[in-house]
Design a protein around this ligand. Sequence first.
Ligand code: SAH
Ligand code: MG
Length: 220
Amino acid sequence: MQDMTTKRWQYTNRYIQDMIPKEEPLLIAMQRSARAKEMPEISVGPEVGRFLELVVSMTRGNLALEIGTLGGYSAAWILRGMAPSGHLETIEEMPEYADFAEDWLGRLGHSGRFTIRRGAALSILPDLAKMYGPRSVDFVFVDADKLEYPAYLQCVTDLIRPGGLLVADNVLGTDDFWIDHEEHPERQAVDAFNRTVMEHPDYRAVILPIRQGLLMAQRK
Ligand code: SAH
Ligand code: MG
């Protein structure tokens, strides 16, 4: 096994980034517009986007749920992986981000394929659970308040159909903390989430050190 040095890790990440073909112009324009509106630059990047599209396409892709829309960048990739008649429910508490995502996902050709639920995830999730019922969702992407990750897990586990997938972003860190900051409250919440999923009898799960860490789990 080769030693991992800082330099080698940076080279590795650059290598992976450089390998990714150029994004389509409309997606680039969407991200440029988000920056111009001074929205936080915390969306996933194209490497995670491609991962989302790939794994969503490995499910039936009929019903997907995202917690934390921001400007709709990850939602755009999820929608690409879904069946043509599939539907994405995505939750966002900031009205201006939800408006932006609504506009851009429409421009990307996804009108009628998604619903943005405006409000706090933990008050909306029980409504969605009632609306769709248990074992209905093919794919869940968790990417909102890191302190609430354990609570999101409780809300979504019964919603995911056997064989369905759960993916969570930032399971190794964000711009604010990394997983070795053991005293950081967000780190502690994410760590509790990671452990619960990894040890959960109803999931088979892995943590992938892509970007800021992705957890992927399949519901048994
Ligand atoms: N998934 C997006 C990035 C999401 S950033 C992408 O990769 O493109 C996290 C988002 O979650 C922010 O827009 C924030 O406003 C939203 N958020 C944070 N806490 C929330 C909560 N409790 N309920 C709903 N949305 C929340
Ligand atoms: Mg994230």
